[in-house]
Design a protein around this ligand. Structure first.
Ligand SMILES: *Cc1c(COP(=O)(O)O)cnc(C)c1O
Length: 247
């Protein structure tokens, strides 16, 4: 063990304790929540420390970078790779072979492209690709995600549900829930918590209106706000800086 490995292991232990405490506060089962270590921009050597510390879910935001890093691992227990950055349609084919869960599907054409590529690939075993739908409920953080400002109150709701129905119906796509990025704000109670709560309300309403979908996951919460996200129902938290330091 070197210093870097010890430091990363200590930070991970501290975060896992905070995840557990937040879950208990919210009367949730801690095992429902998965910590994703966001390793973007960090070298493969550091990712090895993350894996040694027992975190096997890794988040990357670029196809190219994930491809380069994945070549560095031949672990006994292979990690699960999460795509948490925007996916361009022209990179969809490469992403298919790299990621276990794509968090950032935010338009019908991208979903249709992924579906078609799997259908055409006779070596895929015609698996269903797990994805999350990225939703923008606050309008501030990013331009990405289905625009649903105000959540279930949005005037876009009927069009959004119609699109979600089309995606859920794609045979090689397995929608497993929703993802959001909160606005960057110090106002955790006034801005960040309402954003997470809004995503949960969207999920609950979809579960009622699109019951043939699988709505198990809410991917929300980063280094500065993962405890609030857990209190509001997160099942996947994406933590980078608090584990690996500044990028
Ligand atoms: C970089 C990133 C994270 C991690 O952010 P930290 O503040 O470093 O924890 C989480 N989610 C997404 C979508 C990201 O791009």
């Amino acid at each position: 063990m070197n210093d870097q490995a010890d430091l990363i292991a200590e930070r991970i232990a501290a975060i896992q304790a905070r995840i557990e405490a937040a879950a208990i506060r919210a009367r949730r089962v801690p095992a429902e929540i998965t910590l994703i270590a966001v390793t973007k921009t960090h070298p493969a050597s550091r990712i090895a420390h993350v894996l040694s510390a027992g975190v096997l879910d890794l988040g990357e935001n670029r196809v190219q970078e994930a491809e380069e890093k994945q070549g560095c691992f031949a672990a006994a227990t292979p990690p699960r790779w999460h795509l948490i950055g925007h996916l361009q349609r022209n990179k969809a084919r490469r992403a298919l072979g790299l990621f276990d869960l794509i968090h950032t599907v935010d338009d019908l054409r991208l979903a249709e492209t992924l579906n078609r590529l799997i259908a055409e690939d006779t070596h895929s075993g015609q698996r269903r690709l797990p994805i999350l739908l990225q939703v923008n409920v606050s309008g501030e953080a990013t331009k990405e995600g289905f625009a649903l400002i105000g959540g279930v109150q949005s005037a876009n709701w009927p069009a959004f549900v119609a699109t979600v129905r089309q995606i859920v119906a794609l045979p090689f796509i397995h929608v497993q829930g929703l993802m959001t990025i909160a606005p960057y704000s110090d106002d955790l109670e006034g801005v960040v918590r309402p954003c997470f709560r809004s995503l949960r309300e969207v999920r609950d309403r979809l579960a009622a209106e699109v019951p043939d979908g699988d709505w198990r996951h809410l991917s929300m919460g980063m280094s500065g706000d993962f405890e609030i996200a857990i209190e509001e129902g997160a099942t996947l938290v994406r933590v980078g800086t608090a584990i690996l330091g500044e990028r």
